[in-house]
Design a binder for this molecule. Structure first.
Ligand SMILES: [Zn+2]
Length: 432
């Protein structure tokens, strides 16, 4: 049986950086979804309801129905390591993060963490996540199983490291042979699961040997449906360390390019201090870039140059970057994204912000045929935001002149506390 979900609808029908009319808001809206979880049609409820006489109705009253949020960068093994002290990137990693990642060596702990992690994301309205997995295969099996069980659209893979270094526990290092076998097994698991995808995940240039990079290249070549994700140009110290080691390369991106890892299936996290040459190459290759606002502020990494990326036509997705980010909610990261651009004299509006978290993110992850807005035929992935769960927010919104103004307020003032339900493929995955 089909279902009609009732509420105020807000989504993007196009890219607002190119089209000023891309944001569509429908008061008293309706989203009509078939029994397979695909969108039949959306519109005013007075138009949809007479056509959907047989459908069951889920009435969210005045709450907002918004496309599921897309998190383009988050570290599963850092689930319990948010808000850890430790200075900037490389010191923080060694002091606080790598010890937390070793805890997943325990299968019972890893299984429990995977379930908590997936449920937490869904409770934040995130319906699609690109995840750096554990170094331990059993933990990644738990992660994929949890995503399948709870209904999260997941792209993930083992975080690959095989280069020893100061402060890096030996238990976090794999061999290239083991990494290859583990990846092949999870890629095969994903091939039968419509919501699950594998991402080849070299942690960053310095963490992988030549042999491990060759494994990544081979996997990407043999399995063109997989993704490649890694870090780039996050922090000055990191860039100096990479360039000090790879002296024969022009720049950071060139190291990945050397191994054939710069492709249209590649998602590069951070890209804060990226050179003009690197940007041109990223654009030419069709890579996506993931901007992690809360993390960049927390680690003091720098101000993401959004305009330079947009001008080159590079697709951008947003990431929470847990554990460097301090919120699991992409929605809450939007306020930080806004402030980071304000500091660079760019004032993003509600359309820009919502786009980055939904349709733009879907495009960056090559999933915009499946998710990101309410176009006919897409999967019904959305969350329900109810501002009336909060007295102040309800009062504040009553002083807005338009729904667009309300949406802008919500982008700064609402959080996961206001989420009433999350739905993936028409199935309620959070909020009963
Ligand atoms: Zn990261």
């Amino acid at each position: 049986m089909s279902t009609v979900f009732l509420g105020s609808i807000a989504h993007l029908t196009a890219n607002p950086f190119e089209n000023p009319n891309a944001l569509e808001i429908i008061e008293e809206g309706a989203l009509w979804v078939d029994e397979n979880g695909k969108i039949i049609e959306y519109g005013k409820r007075s138009d949809i309801l007479p056509k959907a006489l047989e459908a069951s109705i889920e009435d969210f009253k005045n709450a907002w129905i918004i496309p599921g949020l897309i998190d383009g960068h988050i570290h599963f093994p850092q689930y319990f390591a948010t808000a850890a002290y430790g200075g900037q990137l490389l010191d923080w990693l060694v002091q606080s993060i790598l010890p937390a990642e070793t805890a997943l060596a325990n299968p019972t702990f890893a299984h429990d963490a995977a379930h908590r992690f997936v449920k937490h994301l869904l409770s934040c309205g995130t319906t699609t996540a690109l995840v750096f997995g554990s170094q331990f295969h059993h933990a990644n099996v738990s992660l994929f199983n949890a995503a399948k069980e709870y209904g999260l659209r997941l792209i993930a893979g083992a975080t690959l490291m095989d280069s020893p270094g100061e402060g890096i526990p030996d238990s976090l290092l794999q061999t290239p042979q083991q990494a290859l076998a583990d990846a092949e097994s999870l890629i095969s698991f994903c091939s039968n699961e419509p919501l699950l995808h594998y991402a080849i995940t070299p942690r960053y240039a310095l963490s992988c040997s030549d042999g491990m990079m060759q494994v990544c290249r081979g996997l990407l070549h043999d399995h063109p449906e997989t993704y490649l994700q890694t870090h780039i140009n996050e922090n000055d110290g990191e860039i100096q360390a990479v360039m000090g080691h790879f002296k024969q390369h022009r720049d950071y991106l060139d190291v990945y390019d050397h191994y054939g890892l710069v492709t249209e299936r590649t998602v590069l996290a951070h890209s804060i201090h990226t050179t003009d040459r690197e940007l041109a190459r990223i654009a030419q290759a069709g890579c996506a870039v993931c901007h992690c606002p809360s993390s960049n502020l927390y680690l003091g990494s720098g101000l993401f140059p959004l305009t330079r990326h947009i001008d080159k036509g590079i697709n951008i997705v947003l990431g929470t970057d847990i554990g460097a980010g301090t919120s699991f909610s992409i929605w809450r990261n939007l306020s930080d994204a806004y402030k980071i651009q304000q500091l660079q004299r760019l004032s993003l509006d509600a359309a820009h912000l919502l786009y980055l978290a939904t349709l733009g993110g879907a495009k960056a992850l090559r999933l915009d045929h499946e998710t990101g807005n309410f176009a006919t035929g897409k999967s019904a992935d959305f969350f329900v935001l109810n501002p009336l769960k909060d007295n102040y927010l309800g009062e504040r919104l009553s002083h807005c002149d338009s729904l667009k103004q309300q949406l802008f307020c919500l982008l700064h003032l609402a959080s996961e506390r206001h989420i009433e339900a999350t739905v993936v493929g028409g199935r309620r995955v959070y909020g009963m």
